[in-house]
Design a protein around this ligand. Structure first.
Ligand SMILES: Cc1ncc(COP(=O)(O)O)c(C=O)c1O
Length: 326
C-alpha cells in the first residue's frame, strides 16, 4: 500500500498509526457463539484515536493544498469528529472553529463540559455553541462567511467529515482489512460498523466487495442508505479506482438507535459492559456501543454465519460525558 497517495492519486497527510490491529475476540466469540473479529480503529492513535483520523488525513491534505489557515466544522456537543478535527488543525498549525449544537436533550453536567469538549478546550479550539433546535447548517455557513470576511482562508469540513474526500480514508481502511485478512487466511463474511453521517460506511463499500452492514446511530434505514448510496455512487462515477463499487448493495439496520442520536439505550449499556468485561475493550455510548448492540442482537438471532469483522470506530472520550449511565 503506497503511503502519501493511494490508487486515486489523492494526497494524504500522515496522522494515524496504521495499520490498526485486526484481532480475533476469542471470549466474545465464545459468548455469542459467532466468530467475531475487531478492526481496532479506536487505536488510530492521533489525539485519542477513532475513525475520523483516517478521513482527516485526506481532508487536511486538501485544506493544506488550498492554502487554508482555518478549518471550520460542525457537530453535536460531544462530537468525536470535532475533537479530531481540532487536533488535526493544531498539528498542522491551523486554527479550528467548532460549531457545536446542544442536540441531545436530558444529559448531565459532564456532557455539557467534559468528555470531548474538555479535549476541544485543551486543543485550543474556538467553540461556538448553538442551543437545541438551531439551524446548524445555517450557523455553519454564517461562521465560514464571517471568518472569510475577516480575512481567514477557510477550509470547511462537513459534519462527520463525510464527503467523498473523507470517505477515501475508509476505502483505504477496507483495503487494509482485506490485506490483513488475506495474510492470515481469513475470509470475512461481513464488516459491521456504526453509521452516522455515512462517510465511514460509504468508504468501506467503495473499498471492498465484502458486504458492509451499517448499524444506524441516528437516522432511519431509508434515510441513511440514501446518504451512503449517494456517496458510493459519486465515488464510483468520479474515481476509476472505485468503478466496481457501482450498484453494490447498501445494508443498513436501524433497530438500535433507541429514542434518538446520543440517547442511551439499555442494549448499548449492556454492550459496553459485555465487551469491557470479556475483552478489556472500551466502546462508546453514541456510536460503537449501539453498533455492538446490533452485532450482539444479530448473533442472538442466528444471523452471523461465518466470520464478522466489527469496526471499532473509537469515541472513548464520550464515556466520561455519560457518567449517569456508565
Ligand atoms: C466514534 C464514532 N463512530 C462512528 C461514527 C460514524 O461515522 P460516520 O459519521 O462516518 O458514519 C462517528 C462519527 O462521528 C464516531 O465519532
Amino acid at each position: 500500500m503506497k503511503d502519501h497517495t493511494d490508487t486515486t492519486g489523492a494526497a494524504r497527510v500522515l496522522l494515524a498509526q496504521l495499520p490498526t490491529p485486526l484481532e480475533r475476540l476469542d471470549r466474545l466469540s465464545a459468548h455469542l457463539g459467532a466468530e467475531i473479529w475487531m478492526k481496532r480503529d479506536d487505536l488510530t492513535g492521533f489525539a485519542g484515536g477513532g475513525n475520523k483520523v483516517r478521513k482527516l488525513e485526506y481532508l487536511m491534505a486538501e485544506a493544506k493544498a488550498a492554502g487554508a489557515d482555518t478549518v471550520v466544522t460542525a457537530g453535536a456537543l460531544q462530537s468525536n469528529h470535532a475533537r479530531q478535527t481540532a487536533a488535526a488543525a493544531t498539528r498542522l498549525g491551523m486554527r479550528a472553529v467548532l460549531v457545536l449544537t446542544e442536540a441531545v436533550a436530558g444529559r448531565t453536567a459532564a456532557y455539557d463540559r467534559g468528555g470531548n469538549l474538555a479535549l476541544d478546550r485543551l486543543l485550543g479550539a474556538e467553540i461556538r455553541r448553538l442551543p437545541a433546535g438551531s439551524d446548524g447548517a445555517a450557523a455553519f455557513a454564517e461562521t465560514v462567511a464571517e471568518l472569510e470576511a475577516r480575512g481567514a482562508r477557510v477550509y470547511p469540513i462537513p459534519v462527520g467529515g463525510s464527503n467523498l474526500t473523507g470517505a477515501l480514508g475508509y476505502a483505504r481502511a477496507a483495503a487494509e482489512i482485506e490485506e490483513q485478512a488475506a495474510a492470515i487466511g481469513l475470509a470475512p463474511a461481513r464488516i459491521v460498523t456504526g453509521s452516522g453521517s455515512a462517510g465511514t460506511q460509504a468508504g468501506l463499500v467503495l473499498g471492498t466487495a465484502i458486504p458492509v452492514l451499517g448499524i444506524s446511530v441516528a437516522s432511519s434505514a431509508a434515510e441513511l442508505a440514501a446518504k451512503v448510496g449517494a456517496l458510493v455512487a459519486e465515488g464510483a462515477r468520479s474515481l476509476p479506482a472505485f468503478a466496481g463499487a457501482a450498484g453494490r448493495e447498501i445494508l443498513v439496520d436501524d433497530r438500535f438507535v433507541g429514542p434518538g442520536y446520543g440517547q442511551p439505550t439499555e442494549a448499548m449499556r449492556a454492550a459496553l459492559q459485555t465487551v469491557a468485561e470479556l475483552e478489556a475493550i472500551f466502546l462508546d455510548p453514541v456510536y460503537s456501543g449501539k453498533a455492538m448492540a446490533g452485532l450482539i442482537a444479530l448473533a442472538q438471532e442466528g444471523r452471523l454465519e461465518g466470520p464478522s469483522v466489527f469496526l471499532h470506530t473509537g469515541g472513548m472520550p464520550a464515556i466520561f460525558a455519560y457518567d449517569d449511565v456508565i
